[in-house]
Every structure is written in C-alpha cells, then in structure tokens.
Ligand binder design. Sequence first.
Ligand code: ATP
Ligand code: MG
Length: 222
Amino acid sequence: MDKILTCKDLNRSYSIGKTTLEVLKGVSLEVTTGETLSIMGESGSGKSTLLHVLGGLDSPKEGSVHFNNQSIYGMYTARRAKFRAENVGFVFQSFHLLSELDIVENVALPAMAKRSKGDAKTRARELLDQVGLSDRVGHRPQELSGGEQQRVAMARALMNEPDIIFCDEPTGNLDSKTGEKVLNYLFQLVEARRHTLVLVTHSQEVASRCSRELFLKDGRLV
Ligand SMILES: Nc1ncnc2c1ncn2[C@@H]1O[C@H](COP(=O)(O)OP(=O)(O)OP(=O)(O)O)[C@@H](O)[C@H]1O
Ligand SMILES: [Mg+2]
C-alpha cells in the first residue's frame, strides 16, 4: 500500500527559561493512503505537538516528515505554506474561526487564492450543507454552538479537497450526543472522498472508529 505520510525519529522540545521540556522523543510513523488513524495519550503527552509537526505547522528539532515522498521541512517556508494549503486539512483543538466573517466566508477562505470568490462560496455552501448547517449560512461563528462551530471548522478543512486531514480532538469540547453527530459527519465525508485521516482524541469510543489506534506515551508512539 502507498504511504502518504512517513515520519522518522521526530524530536521536539520546548525551552522554558533554563529548562527544556522534551515532548517528542523519537517518534516514527507510517500512514497508508486512505487509512484512518487515531492517536490517544494523556493530556500534555504531546499529541497536539505531534499533529502540528506532521501537518507542516511546526518544525521538529530533529527528524523528518515526508508527504508523498517529499520532505516537508526540506521546503522553503513559502513553498511549505502552499503545499499545506493544497494538500492538508487541519481541524484545530480550538476552532480558529474568524469572527469577522460569516460561516460561508470562513469555509471558503482556504480557496480564495485559487478559485473565484463565487466558486469558492458555492463550494463552501455545499460543504456546509453536508455537515447539516445550510440553514445557518448567514451567521458568524460566535452565533453558533460549539458543535456547530466544530462542523464549520471541518467544512473549512475539506475546502481544498486535501489528501490528508488532521483533527485535534474534534469532539473534545462537545457533549457526547453532539460529539457523535459531528463525528458521523466527519467519517461520512472522509469515507465518501477517501481522505486519509489522523485524529487525536481522549475518547476510546472515538478512537475505535478508526482503522488503527496508537498511543503517545513518554514521547513515543506505541
Ligand atoms: N509553545 C509551547 N511552549 C512551551 N511548552 C509547550 C508549548 N506548547 C506545548 N507545550 C508543552 O508541551 C507539552 C505537550 O503539549 P501538547 O499540547 O502537545 O499536549 P497534548 O497531548 O495535546 O495535551 P492535551 O490533551 O491537553 O491537548 C505540554 O506539557 C505543554 O505544556
Ligand atoms: Mg492537545
């Protein structure tokens, strides 16, 4: 099977004053195209850090990340940003929606550079429809519930039809019923389009929906 993403011996530490906190201590991973992978681990174990490094958002101190055999940290920053915009969808732990924009504009944003504004908004409306939000299109994020905002963030991550989607605790801020609903939308979209999914979660139930489950412990994946 084709490997869409591989990382080798990733190390990432944070310096706080004179102390260094080693978060990732030699993480290696291969992700097969089309698989759904969950990563669990205690709070503070480095799951968000790992997701950011894998998604091209945060360079590791050591180690490499290859996406379809291209080294993403071997690229110049501008090229990596373009590469990310075209290939990667990211749903952040906090949604990072823009409060000045309505939800159609939020979803359309990643495509504004390469599509006409009208085209981008048409696709944004389609995606919002697919996550059950067609009746809220004129609204701004702060007028929506947490679960609804999370669905907007998912629609935005899918805007450019990325090959791989990273989700950082997509149901972390939601009650279990809303979480279930959001997750159903996510898996429907992922399966229909055969996206590859890497998902961080604290919930065993959520993790079980993925085709493979990993744990981050003491800076390593097990
Ligand atoms: N910018 C930063 N500067 C310093 N330390 C940081 C920074 N970001 C994260 N850390 C530390 O690195 C460790 C890992 O953080 P990370 O956010 O990756 O954990 P996590 O597994 O995602 O936790 P949670 O489940 O609570 O989201 C934590 O101890 C955190 O305090
Ligand atoms: Mg986190």
